[in-house]
Design a binder for this molecule. Structure first.
Ligand SMILES: [Zn+2]
Ligand SMILES: [Zn+2]
Length: 115
């Protein structure tokens, strides 16, 4: 599975087309909130777990995408207008963010029902 096309569209949305023919997309806000870098998601160094503070969603440019570049053939590095750009989104992360009706339905079906 590999991303073929990653294009920003009107309305704060990015279209993602995959090599398996899947044609979906994601909004910029959940995309940025899913940033996988250590500063956003935390990390464990020498058994010390670093938990980042909650994101300041009011930062100007936080949800403005400036650019995207391929990293090898496993992911995409996204550059945001507030200067943030360390996160490398693997294909798995991007695919899990897909908001097309098919993916949303699949995700809902795979969620364990509350006991
Ligand atoms: Zn980040
Ligand atoms: Zn999808």
């Amino acid at each position: 599975m590999q991303l073929k096309q990653f294009r920003q569209e009107a309305g704060g949305r990015v279209r993602m087309v995959w090599d398996d023919g899947h044609d979906g997309g994601v909004s910029l806000q959940p995309l940025r909130d899913a940033c996988p870098c250590a500063g956003c998601k935390g990390e464990t160094i020498l058994l010390q777990t670093f938990v980042p503070p909650p994101p300041d969603v009011a930062t100007p440019g936080r949800y403005v995408l400036k650019g995207a570049s391929m990293v090898g053939n496993y992911g995409l590095q996204l550059q945001w207008a507030d200067g943030h750009g360390e996160g490398i989104y693997s294909w798995e992360i991007l695919r899990a963010l897909c908001e097309c009706p098919q993916c949303v339905a699949e995700r809902m079906a795979s969620e364990t029902p509350p006991r």
